[in-house]
Design a protein around this ligand. Structure first.
Ligand SMILES: Cc1cc2nc3c(=O)[nH]c(=O)nc-3n(C[C@H](O)[C@H](O)[C@H](O)COP(=O)(O)OP(=O)(O)OC[C@H]3O[C@@H](n4cnc5c(N)ncnc54)[C@H](O)[C@@H]3O)c2cc1C
Length: 390
């Protein structure tokens, strides 16, 4: 009997799990999926800002991966191992894992899907933690820091800054018996959520912030942002804006600066494999890497021209999985059609939202609440791993 061939997926968040699920459904006999994740769990970034503020939500950002494939399946997840290098036909891990009864740190592959996502500041991405208990403690520590702060500075009025303001104002300023927070949000462009949203969408977001007492400064930026200034500062500090005005804060949330996580591809194939300044991995319209026929990149990490969102990762995963099967079966590869218009929902606490629907329509609060704000896709993410929340 010939040896089973591996289709390796690197990263198990929205893109990786969708790709692994699609491949498991579609791969012909003789092939199996090996899905590798650096954390010991799958991390869901969407509820992370609520988990930074509201006690209990830290349990909803991490999902166990052991039920992704049935116990008797050929497909496997390998978690708590980071891929450090992609060689011609194998990936190298930072530690040994148990595979087919042997300990190994080199996994051969016939096809590979890179789903390494974005790098961002905690809490919207987690650094390499030892395990879920450490990550839980980090969220609980941050909740404590928010609780103890009096003056919060939010840098960036994109979805991250907007959603964090919504969580803090609802949990603290909207509840009796809790210390009220003074919040300032500074956004470099004159438009909230996204530079290209319709005016009405921007105005709805601005009105939600102002109604809940947030001091919004648009069209200006904070000088000398220090990425280590994320979270409690330990004392009240003065921040200077480009126009010389100042803002005092004892807590900072940096809601800007997310970039594609492509260092592994640079390490393996050189600087030419990525775009600058986005750091996104260059892919053909089939989602194959420009220089590698048997390697694909999906989701936040690639340079497909669409707003980087979990919503499109399923479509990309399907395209990549179909094209891997097409390569195996010597069929014609299909081109991926990017989602070029802006469609987005940004939550504002559990009961409000702003955002843009197809044809530029704004997201009504009731619809945004139902679609996103209440549950922040925590259940849906768990379902994609065939499990439920704790
Ligand atoms: C606050 C917030 C709210 C959001 N709301 C929405 C929304 O409402 N709708 C929407 O569509 N999108 C939303 N997004 C965007 C969405 O979270 C991302 O688009 C999505 O997470 C991208 O998924 P991904 O799998 O490509 O990347 P990521 O989520 O970044 O996952 C990458 C995975 O790869 C792993 N990894 C990286 N490198 C390695 C390696 N070398 N070896 C092994 N594993 C590795 C990481 O640990 C991680 O698990 C939101 C994001 C944030 C932060």
């Amino acid at each position: 009997m010939s040896e089973i061939k591996n289709v390796v997926v690197i990263g198990l968040s929205y893109s990786g799990v969708s790709t692994a699920n699609e491949l498991a459904k579609k791969l012909p006999a003789g092939y199996r999926v090996l899905a590798i994740e650096r954390n010991e769990y799958a991390f869901n970034p969407v509820p992370a800002l609520r988990a930074a503020v509201v006690p209990g939500w830290e349990d909803k950002v991490m999902i166990k991966t052991d039920k992704l494939f049935p116990a008797n399946s050929a497909h496997k997840t390998l978690v708590g191992a980071t891929v450090t290098k992609i060689d011609q036909n194998s990936v190298i891990l930072d530690r040994e894992v148990e595979l087919d009864g042997k300990a190994t740190s080199s996994i051969p592959f016939s096809y590979l899907a890179v789903a390494t996502g974005s790098v961002g500041h905690f809490p919207i991405r987690v650094p390499d933690y030892q395990g879920p208990e450490d990550a839980k403690k980090a969220f609980q520590k941050l909740q404590g820091e928010v609780k103890d702060s009096k003056k919060l500075l939010i840098i960036g009025g994109g979805p991250v800054g907007f959603e964090f303001a919504g969580e803090v104002t609802e949990y603290y300023n909207g509840s009796k018996g809790k210390d009220k927070k003074e919040i300032t949000l500074v956004n470099a462009t004159p438009r909230l959520l996204h530079i290209d949203v319709k005016d009405g969408v921007h105005r709805k977001a601005l009105s939600a912030l102002q109604k809940s007492g947030v001091n919004v400064i648009l069209g200006h930026f904070v000088n000398d942002i220090d990425p280590t200034h994320n979270g409690a500062l330990g004392k009240t500090q003065t921040f200077t804006l480009d126009d010389g005005k100042t803002v005092e804060a004892d807590f900072v949330l940096i809601g800007i600066g997310s970039k594609a996580n492509s260092s592994l591809v640079v390490e393996s194939f050189g600087q030419d494999a990525i775009e600058t300044p986005t750091q996104q991995i260059k892919v053909r319209n089939t989602l194959q890497l420009e220089s590698q026929d048997n390697i694909f990149a999906v989701g936040d990490c690639n340079n497909v021209k669409e707003n980087k969102q979990a919503a499109w990762t399923g479509k990309q995963a399907t395209a990549a999985a179909d094209n891997i099967v097409a390569l195996i079966t010597n069929s014609t590869l299909k081109e991926y059609g990017p989602q070029s218009t802006i469609i987005m929902v940004a939550s504002y606490g559990t009961k409000d939202a702003a955002g843009q629907l197809p044809f530029g329509f704004g997201v009504p609060s009731w619809l945004g609440t139902r679609l996103k704000s209440k549950g922040l896709f925590a259940d849906k993410f768990a379902e994609s791993f065939n499990t439920t929340l704790i």
